[in-house]
Ligand binder design. Structure first.
Ligand SMILES: Nc1ncnc2c1ncn2[C@@H]1O[C@H](COP(=O)(O)OP(=O)(O)OP(=O)(O)O)[C@@H](O)[C@H]1O
Ligand SMILES: [Mg+2]
Length: 202
């Protein structure tokens, strides 16, 4: 279907129950099959079938502290492997999948320092991100603008549509409230957009 590099940025957005997690799992299976290390941070606990990809939660810390510690560790491990390790060992590749991403790199609120580095520079050290959000208007705009691929499912609120319209070619924003379950707009970093039919469920 889509050729997506594992060290690239991906955003998946849309209101609840229109297909974000289903689509994310489809991408995760492809990354796992390609030998990419996938780490999933999922406050909603929607990924039980990928348990081995879910870090142990500390339970006590705040969600932000917990997430930032995970993102920071991935960043540091890759930074060391790419810049401080001269051995010929194969460099790690990680895809960090984050549900409710607007809570960790939102607009006008405290941001995870680890996630900020991954979004801005992760591609240079083999880290990709998949930012998933129901409230795209709360997501820091660098996440969308630095994503190589954005998959937008249904939205109908003015705030969310206005936010998307800043990035989409004119006219596409009007399609957002019309998308049915599983249907999405695929926006690529080169500015092109394709309206896509729902992926086939396994
Ligand atoms: N490609 C698809 N084809 C057919 N049905 C789909 C497809 N994608 C999603 N659905 C249906 O929509 C429901 C919701 O999908 P999903 O859980 O992926 O949504 P979501 O956007 O992650 O929702 P939430 O924000 O509540 O987590 C699924 O249970 C499934 O029935
Ligand atoms: Mg979901």
């Amino acid at each position: 279907m889509h050729t997506i590099k594992p060290n690239s940025g991906i955003t998946i957005a849309g209101i609840r129950q229109y297909g974000k997690t289903t689509f994310a799992k489809h991408l995760i299976r492809k990354f796992v099959a390609a030998g990419v290390h996938v780490v999933i941070y999922d406050p909603l606990r929607q990924y039980t079938e990928f348990n081995s990809h879910i870090p142990q939660y500390f339970g006590t810390a705040s969600q932000m502290a917990e997430f930032d510690s995970i993102a920071g560790q991935i960043w540091q491990q890759h930074f060391d492997a790419y810049y401080n390790d001269n051995s010929t060992a194969q460099k790690p590749r990680t895809m960090l999948v984050v549900e409710e991403c607007e809570n960790f790199i939102g607009q006008g609120m405290a941001k995870s320092a680890g996630m900020v580095k991954i979004v801005n520079m992760g591609g240079n050290v083999g880290i990709g991100y998949t930012a998933i959000t129901r409230r795209i208007s709360n997501l820091d705009k660098t996440v969308f603008s630095l994503s190589d691929n954005v998959f937008i499912f249904r939205f109908f609120s003015n705030n969310d549509i206005k936010y998307c319209a800043e990035f989409l070619p004119s006219g596409y924003d009007a399609l957002l409230p019309k998308l049915t379950v599983g249907e999405y707009l695929h926006y690529k970093g080169d500015g092109s957009v394709i309206r896509c039919a729902p992926i086939a469920l396994r």
